[in-house]
Design a protein around this ligand. Structure first.
Ligand code: SAH
Length: 476
């Protein structure tokens, strides 16, 4: 099979600014090459088997030379793999996409490019600056500030004369030269100028000045690369259009458990936060030699586990009719609903786990089915219980750097809390004390309180209530 290489424009940073086609290709990829400007959250879209290759380079500290990157990409594709080269912004805007693309086609490999939102336009939009505007600017120029050599200078005379918006990429180390040259060639020293660092990201920062003052402004605000430098009257529109930086949770990173529906993730993004999703919980399998025939009673502890238990019976070639002689017991409202959905009326129904009296039961013939946090509570009372817990956290764990970046953690259920905290090292648990942890309900609170980690509780179990509480905490 002929290998395929897709150059993907990943956009300026915010993961949702990726195109639909790029998302599909990322999911399908066997190998993904990425660098420093790529938001690592995008890599979560890749499949578990996808090889992730960091070819990042920091300014002045070239990690992997360009020729080597290209050779690596070609090599992978020649192995018949679907290779993605993730480029920040748009691949053809100062991204060496043209060179890489040509190299690929010359190697007789299948090549395609997926355009992305360039930071030069999308990054400015997130700082409240429209690149054109009928009243202020009818053209724009995107210029590299990476001035290769003395005799490869920009045409300052023409640039200074143009009425359109000027956007410099890779210009921070040359800021003084750029502003001096433009003023020297009669561009008005009062021209509004903005610098936007890490646009569309949690660390986005914007400063505004004029052609004359911007160097000092940037210096005192310690503006660094990667930044966009934008010059022109359009900068003034930031006073009206600065939607992103004015969002209530702008600049905050919130960790949430994985869910298919992503309800909380979307609410948080809309409130301006950046979101770190925990890895998906994987299912635990019923062992092949596990038969329920010896059981007289099954106690279901939560609704989700009911469904997963039945799925596992089918997987192990058993079915619910084999449970005719077994009494079904449910703990909690949702659990009862889930058992009813199977067409079964439980023989006993309890509101909470504490209503259930373990000491009165025949432990050898009772099977408890539910998430580990409940099972652990029961095991404290009797270590001999039979149980099946359908969830397990996948091995890919949160690393310390990721946790350092997080401001808030949202753990809405005892299940989420239990699996999150279960394998955390002592150092990581200590770090948690400095974070704000948002939970719902007493059972979840207790999981943290047992480890002396303080938590915050939302007033009601709704997305809005949680967001409002986070905003309140943020203002504090
Ligand atoms: N292909 C990219 C640009 C690559 S050149 C695009 O279309 O956006 C790298 C330069 O782009 C950086 O030095 C910086 O000037 C700019 N840049 C890229 N992403 C940025 C971001 N999120 N915020 C600010 N500047 C960014």
């Amino acid at each position: 099979m002929k290998g395929q290489i897709t150059l993907i424009g990943a956009g300026p940073g915010e993961p949702e600014l990726l195109t639909l086609k790029a998302l599909r290709k990322l999911k399908e990829a066997d190998a993904v090459f990425y660098d420093r400007l790529i938001n690592q959250d995008l890599l979560n879209y890749c499949s578990d088997s996808c090889e992730l290759i960091d070819v990042g380079k920091k300014p002045k500290e070239h990690k992997v030379p360009q020729s080597e990157i290209e050779a690596l990409i070609i090599k992978k594709a020649k192995e018949g793999k679907r290779v993605v080269r993730l480029k920040s912004g748009d691949p053809y805007v100062f991204g060496r996409g043209g060179e890489e693309g040509r190299n690929i086609t010359e190697n007789d490999l299948d090549f395609e490019v997926i355009p992305g939102i360039t930071s030069a336009i999308g990054g400015l939009a997130y700082a409240g600056i429209p690149i054109t505007h009928r009243d202020f600017s009818s053209s724009f120029h995107v210029i590299t500030g990476h001035l290769k050599s003395e005799n490869n200078q920009l045409d300052w005379k023409n640039l200074a004369k143009t009425e359109g918006t000027l956007v410099f990429l890779m210009g921070m180390s040359e800021l003084e030269t750029i502003t001096n040259q433009l003023m020297k060639h009669q561009k008005s020293k009062d021209t509004p100028v903005a610098i936007v660092r890490w646009a569309t990201r949690k660390d986005q920062k914007t400063v505004v000045g004029t052609l004359e003052t911007i160097c000092d402004v940037a210096k005192s605000a310690q503006m660094t690369s990667p930044s966009l430098i934008v010059m022109g009257e359009v900068v003034t529109q930031r006073d009206y259009l600065n939607f992103y930086e004015s969002r209530p949770l702008f600049g905050k990173r919130v960790m949430v458990p994985f869910t298919e529906k992503k309800g909380m993730t979307h609410h948080l993004i809309d409130a301006g936060a950046s979101v770190l999703e925990l890895p998906k919980l994987t299912k635990n399998f019923l062992s092949q030699n596990f038969t329920i025939e010896s059981m007289k009673e099954i106690v279901f502890l939560d609704g989700e586990s009911v469904k997963l238990f039945i799925d596992q019976l089918i997987e192990t070639k058993q079915d619910i009719r084999q449970l005719q002689h077994v009494a079904f017991v449910t703990i909690g409202h949702h659990t009862k609903v889930a058992v009813n959905a199977l067409g079964i009326l439980p023989s006993e129904v309890f509101e909470t786990l504490s209503d259930y009296d373990l000491s009165k039961k025949e432990i050898e013939t009772t099977l408890f089915v539910g998430e580990k946090s409940y099972i652990d509570q029961l095991k404290e009372l009797n270590n001999q219980i039979n149980y099946y817990s359908p969830f397990e956290m996948i091995s890919q764990e949160l690393n310390e750097e990721e946790l350092d970046e997080v401001d808030y953690l949202y753990l809405p259920s005892s299940k989420a809390a239990y699996y999150f905290i279960k394998d955390l090292s002592k150092e990581m648990l200590e770090k948690l004390i400095t974070k704000k942890i948002m939970v719902m309900g007493e059972v979840t609170s207790k999981i943290f309180e047992d480890k002396n980690i303080p938590v915050i509780q939302s007033e009601r179990p709704s997305f809005e209530s949680v967001i409002n509480k986070l905003i309140e905490e943020d203002i504090k």
